[in-house]
Design a protein around this ligand. Structure first.
Ligand SMILES: Nc1nc2c(ncn2[C@@H]2O[C@H](COP(=O)(O)OP(=O)(O)OP(=O)(O)O)[C@@H](O)[C@H]2O)c(=O)[nH]1
Ligand SMILES: [Mg+2]
Length: 431
C-alpha cells in the first residue's frame, strides 16, 4: 500500500519517538552501565574503606576482596566450634561439617544430589509434637494466641484476595484465626467490604500504622540517601529507589511487633498479595509452635542480593563486639547457615555473610522473640546506622540473622509439608 508523503512523514516521526523512548528506557535500566566495572570497583577494599569503618574487623587486611584467607583465623577454638563468643572478641567461621570438596561446580553438584535425595523422601507432618487437628465446632475452640498478619495497600485488594482465598481453603476456614490488616494509609471502605468476602467467619481488624513506626526517621540525610539509592539502582538492586519499600523493610524488621493492636498476640503468620497455598493443612500450626517452643517457621530459604546488604554483617559484628553484647548470642545458634562460603562464594564478599536467609513473605513466628532484649538491642543498633536507607537492608536477612544468632537453632522449623508459592519460588509441600 502506498502512503502519501505526509502520512509517511508522520509515521517516521512516530517511529522515531517510539525508538527513542524504548532505547532510553533500556539504556537507563541496563545498557549504559558497565556493570562488571561498577561491581569490581565498588567491592575493592579501598572503595569500601573510604565509605565504611572496618577497623573493628581484626583480620581486615590489604587484599583485594573481603572473602580472603586473611579473614579466616587459625585459632583452634574457632576451628573446633565455628565461633568465639568472648567480650569484644566475637568471631565466626564456616566449618564445612559435611566435608564439601572440589571446585565450585563439584560442590554445587554434591549439594544438589543431597537436596534431590532429601526431596525424594516422603513428606510427613511434624513428628516432634502431638498435633491438634481441626475442631468440629470452631466456635468452642481454644485458639493459640495468634493472628494472621497482612501488610497491604488499598490498591492490592484483588491480589491479597486471591492469597486469602487459597489460605482459607488450605488452613484457616478450619481454625478461624483472626486477621490483622496493617497499612500506612487508612484502609478505605471498598477494601474493608471486599476483604470480608474472602475472610469468611474469621474475626478481622484493620489497623493504620502509627507514623512513628513507619516513616523514615528524621535524622536520615536525604542527600546521602539519594546518592546511595542511585548507586544501588545502577547495581540492579531491586526497589533501590523506592522510598516506601525501604520503609516497609524497616517496619517489618523492627517495628511491626510494636503496633499497639498486635501487643495482645504472641504468634503471627505473615501473608502477602499474590501468594498461593497448595496443601490441605489439617493441624493447628500455631499450637505446634506453642507446644514445641519454636520461635520461627519458614518454607523457602535462598541467597540475597549482596549489594543490598553490604555492611549488614560487618555492622552486626561491630555490635556484637561492643561492651558485653557477646552475652546476647545463643551459643547454640544457627551460625553455620550464615557463613557457608563454598557453594556460592561470590555472596560472601563482605566479611563472610553467606546472604542465606529465610524468605520472609512466608513466616510463622513468635513476636516475643523480637520483643526480647537480644533482638531488640541489635536492631536498634542497626537502625542507628541509617542503613535501612543508605543500603537496602531487607527484613528477610534481618529476621534470619537475628533468629540464627539469638535463638537456639532447634527452635527454627522448616514447614516442609506446607505447599507454598511466592513467584518465582515454591516449596513443594505434601501435595
Ligand atoms: N501498606 C503498605 N504495604 C506495603 C508497602 N510496600 C510494600 N507493602 C507490603 O509489604 C509486603 C512486601 O512487599 P512486596 O512488594 O510484596 O515486596 P517483595 O515480596 O520483596 O517483592 P515482590 O517480589 O514484588 O513481591 C506486601 O505485603 C506488600 O503489600 C507500602 O508502601 N504500604
Ligand atoms: Mg511480595
Amino acid at each position: 500500500m502506498l502512503l502519501s508523503l505526509r502520512k509517511r512523514k508522520v509515521l517516521y516521526i512516530l517511529l522515531a519517538i517510539f525508538t527513542i523512548f524504548i532505547t532510553s528506557d533500556l539504556l537507563s535500566r541496563h545498557k549504559i552501565i558497565d556493570h562488571s566495572k561498577l561491581i569490581s570497583d565498588d567491592w575493592s577494599i579501598e572503595s569500601l574503606t573510604n565509605k565504611y569503618d572496618f577497623s573493628y574487623l581484626k583480620s581486615f587486611g590489604k587484599s583485594s576482596t573481603f572473602n580472603d584467607e586473611e579473614l579466616k583465623s587459625t585459632n583452634e577454638e574457632l576451628n573446633k566450634n565455628g565461633y568465639i563468643l568472648k567480650p569484644q572478641n566475637v568471631q565466626f567461621k564456616f566449618l564445612n561439617n559435611i566435608d564439601k570438596k572440589g571446585s565450585r561446580e563439584e560442590i554445587i553438584d554434591g549439594d544438589n544430589s543431597r537436596y534431590q535425595q532429601l526431596m525424594k523422601l516422603e513428606i510427613g507432618k511434624p513428628q516432634d509434637a502431638s498435633l491438634i487437628n481441626a475442631p468440629e465446632d470452631v466456635s468452642k475452640y481454644n485458639h493459640a494466641n495468634a493472628t494472621i498478619l497482612i501488610l497491604v495497600t488499598n490498591e492490592e485488594i484483588t491480589k491479597i484476595g486471591q492469597s486469602i482465598r487459597k489460605f482459607e481453603k488450605s488452613f484457616n476456614s478450619k481454625f478461624q484465626y483472626p486477621y490483622t490488616f496493617l497499612n500506612d494509609q487508612p484502609f478505605n471502605d471498598r477494601f474493608k467490604q471486599r476483604i470480608k468476602k474472602y475472610t469468611g467467619n474469621a474475626p478481622v481488624e484493620f489497623v493504620t500504622i502509627p507514623k512513628e513506626l513507619w516513616d523514615k526517621p528524621t535524622n536520615i540525610d536525604e542527600e546521602k540517601e539519594s546518592k546511595a539509592m542511585e548507586i544501588m539502582y545502577q547495581h540492579d538492586v531491586a526497589y533501590a529507589k523506592k522510598g516506601s519499600y525501604h520503609n516497609m523493610c524497616r517496619f517489618y524488621s523492627m517495628n511491626f511487633y510494636k503496633v499497639p493492636e498486635l501487643a495482645k498476640y504472641k504468634y503471627y503468620w505473615r501473608i502477602e498479595p499474590n501468594v498461593h497455598f497448595y496443601t490441605d493443612i489439617q493441624y493447628d500450626v500455631f499450637k505446634y509452635m506453642e507446644s514445641t517452643g519454636k520461635i520461627y517457621g519458614f518454607t523457602i530459604s535462598l541467597y540475597d542480593i549482596e549489594e543490598s546488604i553490604k555492611t549488614l554483617w560487618p555492622e552486626t559484628l561491630h555490635f556484637l563486639n561492643q561492651d558485653d553484647n557477646y552475652k546476647l548470642i545463643n551459643p547454640n545458634g544457627g551460625f553455620q547457615f550464615l557463613l557457608e562460603d563454598l557453594q556460592n562464594p561470590n555472596k560472601n564478599k563482605v566479611a563472610g555473610y553467606s546472604t542465606c536467609h529465610f524468605w520472609s513473605n512466608f513466616e510463622i513466628g513468635d513476636m516475643d522473640f523480637y520483643r526480647s532484649k537480644p533482638y531488640d538491642s541489635w536492631v536498634n543498633y542497626l537502625d542507628s546506622t541509617g542503613k535501612f536507607y543508605y543500603e537496602r537492608w531487607g527484613d528477610a536477612p534481618i529476621h534470619s540473622i537475628g533468629v540464627s544468632l539469638f535463638a537456639d537453632k532447634s527452635k527454627v522449623h522448616w514447614f516442609r509439608d506446607i505447599g507454598y508459592l511466592h513467584d518465582p519460588y515454591y516449596n513443594y509441600g505434601n501435595i
